[in-house]
Design a protein around this ligand. Structure first.
Ligand SMILES: Nc1ncnc2c1ncn2[C@@H]1O[C@H](COP(=O)(O)OP(=O)(O)OP(=O)(O)O)[C@@H](O)[C@H]1O
Length: 295
């Protein structure tokens, strides 16, 4: 269980975080989103015990993070936005090195490493880290974060710069971690991924939480279901209707904001000689929500 209360972080006199409060249950995926500079990395670094908040309180699984950062780190895996790996080391040696730092026995290191390489579909074949592709390096960094089998994972833009296939496999892997009971907190600019996998979303703007909740809760907050009605008409020169519509790429479109409005609209269009082609229901996406919030 994570309890964050009124977290504030100043860099000099600049408030990068300004009163962040939220709760998160175990075995959940939390997505932290917001425009550039909103405070995502700052929040993640505080949660990973890497920087101290200027004010506020953060308790993770009963551990006060500011007071006992070392206890927190035993059960935490952190993936920075840009991980600097030791380029001249082989993947095997690199993962073994981190296993040793966490005090794991040799046979445990060997087993963990083999399991993680298989799960992440990594086949380093004795290669040095410097010889790997960007996607493979990111996966090695993810494997490193998991060597000591922590219960909490904090990933700063885990899929940034990855091709769609690799990105998808990382996201599927994150889902699997949650299904095995781990809590994952990640920031991302790919909002489709956040929408797809996160149990809870935190939207930051200029260091403040502007919205938080499950996707259905956020949809409710930012406007509910709308209906897009696509239709055809006979002769555009003679077509008249009281319904507001737009023409885009030769397609006629009107939007209804309730089922009653949808019924009225389709009846009016039919009476005016239009033919309904298709009706699509549409929830606001995270992208539309961020757009609405503004920078
Ligand atoms: N070490 C620092 N010293 C001074 N200002 C900083 C420092 N780190 C971050 N900031 C500022 O704090 C604000 C929040 O930065 P942060 O990196 O947390 O945002 P972010 O949401 O992760 O951004 P991005 O999406 O671009 O990665 C920004 O205005 C940034 O310039």
């Amino acid at each position: 269980m994570i309890t964050a209360r009124s977290l504030v972080k100043y860099y000099g006199d600049f408030p990068a975080l300004d009163g962040v409060t939220f709760d998160l249950d175990d075995a959940r995926i939390l997505g932290v989103i917001g425009h550039n500079g909103a405070g995502k990395t700052t929040l993640l670094k505080i949660m990973a015990g890497l920087i101290l908040p200027t004010a506020g309180n953060l308790v993770i699984n009963g551990i006060d993070v500011a007071r006992r950062p070392l206890d927190l780190k035993q059960n935490l895996g952190y993936l920075p936005e840009e991980s600097r790996l030791y380029e001249t080391m082989t993947v095997d040696a690199y993962l073994a090195f981190f296993g040793e730092i966490y005090g794991l026995r040799k046979e445990v290191i060997r087993r963990r490493r083999e399991d993680l390489l298989a799960e992440l579909a990594l086949e380093p074949n004795g290669k040095k880290i410097g010889e790997l592709s960007k996607g493979m390096k990111r996966k090695v960094a993810i494997a490193r974060s998991l060597m000591h089998d922590p219960g909490l994972l904090i990933y700063d833009e885990p899929t940034s710069g990855l091709d769609p296939m690799t990105s998808r496999s990382v996201i599927e892997y994150v889902k699997g971690l949650r299904d095995r009971g781990k809590t994952v907190i990640f920031s991302a600019h790919n909002l489709f991924q956040v929408e797809e996998v996160c149990d809870m979303v935190l939207i930051l703007r200029r260091g403040r939480v502007v919205a938080k909740g499950t996707m259905p809760e956020l949809r409710e907050k930012f406007g509910s279901l709308t209906y897009q009605v696509f239709f055809r008409i006979g002769d555009p020169a003679t077509f008249t209707t009281s319904v507001d519509y737009t023409i885009s790429d030769g397609r006629y479109l009107t939007v209804a904001h309730s089922i009653e409005e949808l019924n009225r609209t389709t009846a009016t269009l039919a009476a005016d000689g239009a033919t309904i082609d298709r009706i699509e229901s549409h929830y606001p996406t995270l992208e539309e929500m961020l757009f609405k919030i503004g920078q």
